[in-house]
Design a protein around this ligand. Structure first.
Ligand code: SAH
Length: 218
């Protein structure tokens, strides 16, 4: 192992301890995944030294990679298991998809900006994360051919809950997404059971816009 990766491993361990565990994340699968995925490879070279810091970072195209704690919080809220098939809307850097892929059977992730989609795809291949399926499309319509999903995560802020996504959630399925205004949103959790959809709120958050047919206009 090179000095460099030892350095990043140390930063990663301290991120898990001081940002994630310290704020109450306990799911061992989430902690293990966050301790393993090389977050510094998901940002540009100039930002690598900041990759494990307690804030979001720009990834180009006016988009951002979420703060590590937010990634952990949303992932834990999905209550994932090893057989789950998960849909993510908003691949971005690919970091959230990478975390999910270390926990579940398969991740389907959709990105609407071509350059980000291409970069994430290459990184997944380089890292041998072979259970991530990527698609360049408007994710607000979901991925009907692969539905239903055990879990759905939206990593961009929606003006309202996109109904195609709710319809692609399996019975027993969980979904988390930021819903609200252009600048700030509430993190919403939906759960589907035999009786229908149950909704709960996980707190305030700040995401870039979900742009598409069932999102914001361009
Ligand atoms: N999960 C990402 C966060 C990326 S920021 C990560 O871990 O880095 C949100 C991303 O959602 C942006 O890349 C943006 O282009 C994308 N996005 C916005 N609207 C979308 C849509 N309708 N379908 C798919 N992706 C969308």
């Amino acid at each position: 192992m090179t000095n460099d990766s030892r350095k990043y491993q140390r930063l990663r361990e301290s991120m898990v301890k001081n940002q994630i565990e310290a704020r109450g994340i306990t799911d061992p699968k989430v902690l293990a995944a966050m301790g393993k995925v090389p977050r510094h490879l998901f940002v540009s070279e100039a930002l690598m030294d900041q990759a494990y810091a307690d804030h979001p970072l720009p990834i180009g195209e006016q988009q951002t990679i979420s703060q590590p704690y937010i990634v952990a919080h949303m992932t834990e809220a999905l209550r994932l298991g090893p057989d789950d098939r998960v849909l993510e809307i908003g691949t971005g850097s690919g970091y959230q998809a990478a975390i999910l892929s270390r926990i579940v059977f398969r991740v389907y992730t959709i990105e609407t900006i071509r350059s980000l989609h291409m970069r994430a795809r290459k990184l997944f291949d380089d890292l041998n994360y072979s259970n991530i399926v990527t698609r360049y499309a408007d994710g607000t319509n979901g991925w009907k051919d692969e539905s239903p999903f055990d879990a759905i995560i939206v990593t961009a802020g929606a003006p309202e809950i996109p109904m195609p996504l709710v319809n692609q959630l399996d019975i027993g399925g969980r979904m988390v997404l930021p819903v609200g205004g252009r600048l700030t949103q509430d993190m919403v959790k939906l759960e589907r059971d035999e009786d229908g959809i149950h909704q709960s709120m996980l707190g305030g958050c700040r995401f870039v816009k979900l742009v598409g047919e069932h999102g914001w206009d361009k």
